[in-house]
Design a protein around this ligand. Structure first.
Ligand code: FUB
Length: 444
């Protein structure tokens, strides 16, 4: 009865957000992205950080529910709304706002959503337990089990199913990482938890295991000095032993203490999903999920990933292209800043101070229909000029425009000198004598 009420009480909600690069989600704080590919679509199951300005959680992680997001082009993410809330799980102490890093996996047409939370019963493991909620679809409704999993005390559950069908659960607890086999029902451990050994000392959490070409990659956040970096070890068996290999992503450049990740292959490209506090520079427990491409060396080791602004995926030309999330820049003193310091969720704008400054924004899809105009949201210190070219700084010229000096960002519509088709990199070049600031451009 309780399960039915929970399923029915879920708000029917789904929204496709604006095109986003890094971070992927602009209207909410999101963390701990567990990405999965189901039915040729990418789903992300993140934590959902919220802000409390006073009281017990004002300076700490604070999470009460989970959303799921999906995308095919990896730039437009559909928010499917709340899939599970702490108020609907019978065993969770809902005063603790402790719905930390979750993960989800599919088996035989059922979706198993694993989540950590603090239990009402704190007699074992200080109440840090892991629950499972089950659904018939990747977007829910997810129905939680009445009790937490037996024998799992800790956080950051990560399920994995091997090519032979055997399922495993990895998790963190007390700065250590654990693994156990799962029973066929995916709800219970089949073996006693065992410590994953042969890993570097000091703080570890957030385990994530994946398999590639017969090798098992055991990856996790690790704090050797000050903040978390993402590292990995490799082995021939999901239970180890693993040999430590090195760093996937260095410590956060913006000093976000946590990082938490997942790694997937989608349409022949591997991706790293992770988080930093881009939308909350002064409080690193309000985080935002991001993604970048990941590459392997010939010997199977992982090339280090450097966070980018642009992130991944193909951007439709008809969407508002956030050029402040550029792929590369040429010229001195190019910088970006929040459009509105009082509301970082509005995103950024980029400043090109001098003639010759340019930014490249890669992979814009013009399709086959052709576009005749572009809408540009920009401002100029004095009267200025700019060009938009395709694929190279001296590539096909699609826009050559003047912009009059103004303190305000203005939106102007400009005719294209040719109609691009297919996928192109866009070059936005300051060709005048004024500093220019751009927020977005959109082809019509
Ligand atoms: O999001 C809360 C905690 O921060 C996660 O469980 C950890 O992995 C870290 O990202």
């Amino acid at each position: 009865m309780r399960k039915t009420i929970f399923a029915l009480s879920l708000i029917v909600f789904s929204a496709v957000g604006a095109v986003a690069q890094n971070p992927l989600i602009m209207d909410e704080f999101t963390a701990d992205p567990s990405a999965r590919v189901f039915n040729d679509k990418v789903y992300i199951y993140p934590s959902h950080d919220i802000r409390k300005d006073s009281g017990r959680f004002a300076n700490w992680f604070c999470m009460e529910d989970y959303h799921v997001y999906s995308s095919e082009n990896l730039t437009q993410w559909e928010d499917h709304g709340v899939i599970l809330s702490q108020y609907d799980v019978p065993w969770v102490d809902a005063s603790t706002f402790s719905m930390w890093a979750p993960d989800c996996i599919e088996k035989d047409g059922k979706y198993y959503f694993y989540f950590p939370a603090t239990a009402k019963d704190k007699t074992e493991g200080r109440g840090r337990r892991v629950g499972v909620a089950v659904a018939d679809s990747p977007t829910g409704p997810f129905v939680p089990e009445e009790i937490p999993m037996e024998g799992v005390f800790g956080i950051d559950p990560n399920p994995f199913i091997d090519t032979d069908g055997q399922a495993y659960l990895y998790w963190g607890g007390g700065e250590k990482l654990y693994v156990a086999r799962l029973k066929d029902n995916m709800l219970e451990l089949a073996t006693e938890p065992q410590l994953v050994m042969e890993l570097p000392p000091k703080f570890k959490e957030g385990p994530y295991l994946f398999e590639r070409q017969g090798k098992y990659y055991f990856t996790f956040p690790h704090v050797p000095k000050t903040t978390e970096r993402l590292v990995y070890a490799m082995g021939d068996n999901p239970m180890g032993p693993f040999e430590f290999k090195g760093v996937i992503m260095e410590e956060s450049p913006v000093e976000c203490w946590t990082n938490h990740h997942s790694i997937i292959e989608y349409r022949d490209q591997w991706y790293l999903f992770y988080h930093h506090n881009d939308l909350s520079p002064d409080f690193d427990k309000n985080r935002s999920i991001k993604a970048d491409s990941l590459f392997f060396n010939a010997d199977g080791t992982i090339q280090q990933v450097v966070p980018t602004l642009r992130g991944v995926g193909i951007t439709p030309a008809a969407s508002q292209i956030q050029v402040d999330r550029y792929s590369s820049a040429e010229g001195k003193n190019i910088s970006y800043a929040f459009v509105d310091d009082s509301n970082p969720h509005e995103g950024w704008k980029v400043n090109l101070p001098k003639n010759g400054n340019l930014i490249r924004y890669n992979k814009v899809d013009f399709g086959t229909d052709g576009f005749e105009e572009v809408v540009v949201n920009a401002s100029a210190g004095n009267d200025g000029e700019y060009e938009i070219r395709l694929d190279a700084p001296d590539g096909d010229l699609v826009v050559s425009a003047k912009i009059s000096g103004s303190d305000e960002m203005k939106t102007e519509r400009i005719s294209l000198s040719e109609e691009p088709k297919g996928i192109h990199d866009i070059y936005l070049i300051n060709t005048g004598d004024s500093e220019l600031t751009f927020d977005w451009i959109q082809f019509k």
